[in-house]
Design a binder for this molecule. Structure first.
Ligand code: NAP
Length: 300
């Protein structure tokens, strides 16, 4: 069956569901039904897609579609799959990064074919439109022919499919957290230091954003080691010492985070060849001592 003639349905008209439904619709897929916990959410999405019917009950989406994406929060996926009646042969797919298709066992037991389709991308807003999917990796999972269709969809959206072993799902997902949520946390801490300097966090972010953007570009163009700059990569121990002193006196809550991240940076600097073994030992000793002191573990 041509995948463009599949009747595609969505359960959960939130951030990811809205973005994926719109993106698939724009690529010519027949997104034909949607349901959500709140009828208004389903209606808002359906109004943006010609031929898409908002349903009050998820069961109607299960009854009317060939391929159903469950785009509820992760914790609701298993219950939604279990509580509905599935026609034999229906394709049921969730979009969680952390979970494998095993959580759809309730649908599989009824004869559905189950899989997962997770874009390694962030959808922060409910609007869903304009989210960049080109170049995005999609973790795809499922038996054939569902798997082939999900791979085809990943390519149609401008991305590419990647297969992750079920036992690696948590690592796969947390790699995304480190590259997205953790970066936001780091930026919040970095921008927050500007409050200590008499500016707002927003002003700090404005100062730091061009630096972050160039760093991201460098990573894409040159890779990890070539993008590494700064005092640790040069072995400037005195500058690191000044950072630690400033944090101890002006922003002690940031000190443990700085030390942990800096220890990781020391390892990268060594891998890059920017510092020798002796400098590595000196930096690690300094950072570990300050980290222990910050945690109140230092004795002597
Ligand atoms: N956001 C991202 O960046 C992102 C990226 C990749 C993958 N994902 C995955 O996509 C899935 C959805 O995440 P999200 O960020 O889009 O969450 P979200 O914005 O909270 O949207 C979830 C939607 O599901 C609806 N819902 C909740 N419980 C439901 C139920 N029992 N039955 C039917 N609908 C229900 C919600 O309620 P209302 O109808 O009340 O609005 C909401 O519209 C998750 O598996 C997540 O891991 C998210």
């Amino acid at each position: 069956m041509d995948s463009k003639s599949l009747r595609v349905g969505f359960m959960g008209a939130g951030r990811a569901g809205t973005a994926l439904a719109l993106a698939l619709h724009h690529k010519g897929y027949a997104v034909s039904a949607v349901a959500s916990r709140t009828p208004a959410s389903a209606l808002a999405l359906a109004e943006r897609i010609d031929g898409c019917v908002p349903h009050a009950k998820a069961q109607q989406v299960a009854d009317d579609c060939d391929l159903v994406f469950i785009t509820t929060p992760d914790d609701a996926i298993e219950t939604v799959a279990k509580e509905l009646r599935w026609r034999r042969g229906t394709w049921v797919v969730h979009c969680s990064g952390a979970k494998s298709a095993a959580v759809l066992e309730g649908a599989r037991e009824q004869g559905a074919m189950v899989g997962s389709f997770h874009p390694m991308q962030t959808f922060p807003g409910a609007g869903g439109a304009g989210v960049e999917l080109s170049g995005v990796a999609f973790a795809v999972e499922g038996p054939p022919p569902l798997l082939e269709t999900l791979k085809e969809m990943a390519h149609a959206l401008g991305g590419w499919p990647v297969e992750i072993r079920p036992q690696d799902r948590a690592l796969y997902h947390l790699s995304g957290f480190l590259a997205c949520g953790a970066v936001i946390t780091l930026l919040a801490e970095a921008a927050g230091l500007w409050k200590v300097m008499g500016y707002s966090r927003e002003q700090g972010l404005e100062v730091l954003l061009p630096l972050l953007q160039t760093t991201v570009n460098n990573l894409g163009e040159q890779g990890i080691l070539a993008s590494l700059t700064g005092p640790i990569s040069r072995g400037d121990v005195g500058t690191v010492q000044r950072h630690l002193d400033a944090l101890e006196s002006q922003a002690p809550s940031v000190l443990p985070l700085y030390c942990q991240v800096a220890l990781g940076t020391v390892a990268l600097a060594r891998e890059k060849g920017g510092i020798d073994k002796a400098k590595e030992r000196e930096l690690v000793g300094l950072l570990e001592e300050r980290l222990a002191r910050a945690r109140g573990l230092f004795v002597g």
